[in-house]
Write a protein that binds this ligand. Structure first.
Ligand SMILES: [Zn+2]
Ligand SMILES: [Zn+2]
Length: 309
């Protein structure tokens, strides 16, 4: 029988501090007044996929787990691109995610669905007052770069610039001139191309924190509730192999077998061919084929013996 756990007190969100989060969710409805063009819908789909890649390949696989190496200038590019998702600073994201792995599905986990329920793990911990600050103690390897600390503080700069760019493109493509960005032509791109894709991106990312610790199948014994799911891997470009990831978090790839589609991994591989990133980490055979850590140690010895024989 499981022993009872003492949960941490988690404070409820204050409406006045979360008004902007609500407005972002309502702004796509502006399209009811402006309509939306084919260009706006293409922009919406493109910005979802494009930014999901930087969320998973940047915030997650680089800043949180350091699963590959890169140069200082490209590290800044990764942080900037990831922050266009409007999911706060790269250092904020990485700090909380590292805590999630350390305490997965125990009371100190910022977003355990098992302990704190679906809504809290999905969005409550983000809009609540308890996790607003960046815990710099857990990310000493990142705080030594002042440009990252700056970008973490001014995390609204990248999404605002992207929003302006999308509106401008809307003006040009839908309205025939840059000045048309201040008309319905620009606003329909802003509402659908930018804001709708931002909201979809929020909930695609949040679903990893919530339902990825509930629905799907666990392949490995990780001591938490993490699961693997193909359809979540598709909408999150590879993050759906979450049980794999909790079992062996240092790996750059989260699909451990060729049939586990992991689009972020494929794109990162292409980046490495161009020398933008390097030292990508794969999955050793003893990890892939074992069920738990004890089995992995035994299998590793066995494979080493076979090699030396
Ligand atoms: Zn992780
Ligand atoms: Zn997790």
């Amino acid at each position: 029988m499981e022993s009872p756990v003492t949960l941490e007190k988690r404070n409820k969100p204050l409406l006045k501090t979360e008004i902007s989060f609500i407005i972002v969710h309502l702004l796509p409805l502006g399209a009811l007044f402006t309509g939306a063009t084919t260009f706006d819908w293409i922009m919406c789909a493109f910005l979802y996929v494009f930014r999901m890649f930087w969320v998973t390949g940047g915030y997650h696989r680089y800043f949180s787990h350091k699963s590959y190496k890169t140069s200082r200038w490209f590290q800044f590019v990764i942080a900037f691109m990831a922050e266009t998702s409007a999911q706060k600073g790269a250092l904020w994201w990485a700090a909380h995610h590292r805590v999630h792995h350390r305490y997965s599905d125990t009371p100190h986990d910022p977003h355990s669905m098992k302990l704190y329920g679906f809504w809290y793990s999905h969005v409550g911990w983000i809009v609540g007052p308890d996790y607003k600050e960046t815990d710099y103690k857990t990310i000493g390897d990142l705080t030594k770069y002042p440009e990252l600390v700056w970008l973490n503080k001014y995390y609204l700069v990248p999404p605002v610039l992207l929003g302006v760019l999308v509106t401008m493109l809307g003006g040009i493509v839908n309205g025939g001139s840059v000045a048309a960005m201040f008309t319905v032509s620009g606003f329909s791109s802003l509402f659908v191309g930018f804001f709708l894709s931002t909201v979809l991106l929020y909930h695609g990312t949040f679903s990893i924190n919530s339902i990825m610790h509930k629905f799907g199948k666990p392949r490995y014994e990780t001591g938490d509730e993490s699961k693997n799911s193909l359809w979540l891997a598709l909408i999150t470009l590879g993050e759906g192999w979450h049980n794999n990831h909790h079992y062996y978090e240092v790996s750059t790839r989260q699909g451990f077998f060729w049939w586990e589609i992991d689009i972020t991994w494929y794109i990162l591989k292409v980046f490495s061919w161009f020398g933008l990133i390097w030292d990508l980490k794969g999955v050793p055979e003893y990890i892939r084929r074992s069920k738990n850590k004890q089995e992995a140690i035994a299998l590793r010895k066995e494979l080493e013996l076979q090699k030396s024989a």
